[in-house]
Design a protein around this ligand. Sequence first.
Ligand code: HEC
Length: 138
Amino acid sequence: MLRVFLSTLTLAVLLSAQALAADAAPTEAQMKRGKVLFMQCQACHQLKAGAPAVLGPNLGGVLGRKAATAPGYAYSPALKKANLTWDAATLDKWLLRPGALVPGNTMAFAGMPKAEDRAALIAWLTVQTAPAKAVAGK
Ligand code: HEC
């Protein structure tokens, strides 16, 4: 029984490590899933670089960007002080539970509990917000 549990656990850890490493080559399934998941974000976030902030800051080019640096957006003091850079691992923690990574931030989002969902959304965001695409107007 314990062995079954342990090997399931190992598998889960391996799978999520693989999912996190997926930024190199996102799968088609991740792209589809990520697009659907982003519907939870788009009430508050624009992706197109240069588009005005809605409730939340513009997320164009967010991968690799320092937190709280989208021009013209009034961030919370908590996020400004957090000194984070939005790489895949940091985004994964943020999406799991924003309030745990940055207590006192003002993003009203409870969190995305499934590791594979977060990985798919991050993979999709990486593709969607790449600077080359923003320049091409896509
Ligand atoms: C109810 C509105 C709302 C929703 C829904 C929401 N956000 Fe946010 N988001 C915000 C606000 C507001 C901030 C700024 C937080 C602060 O200043 O403390 C923010 C900040 C962020 C940041 C930091 C950006 C930066 O420039 O540092 C990221 C990344 C982010 N959100 C991603 C997401 C993703 C991905 C989703 C969907 C899973 C999502 N958000 C859902 C409102 C929202």
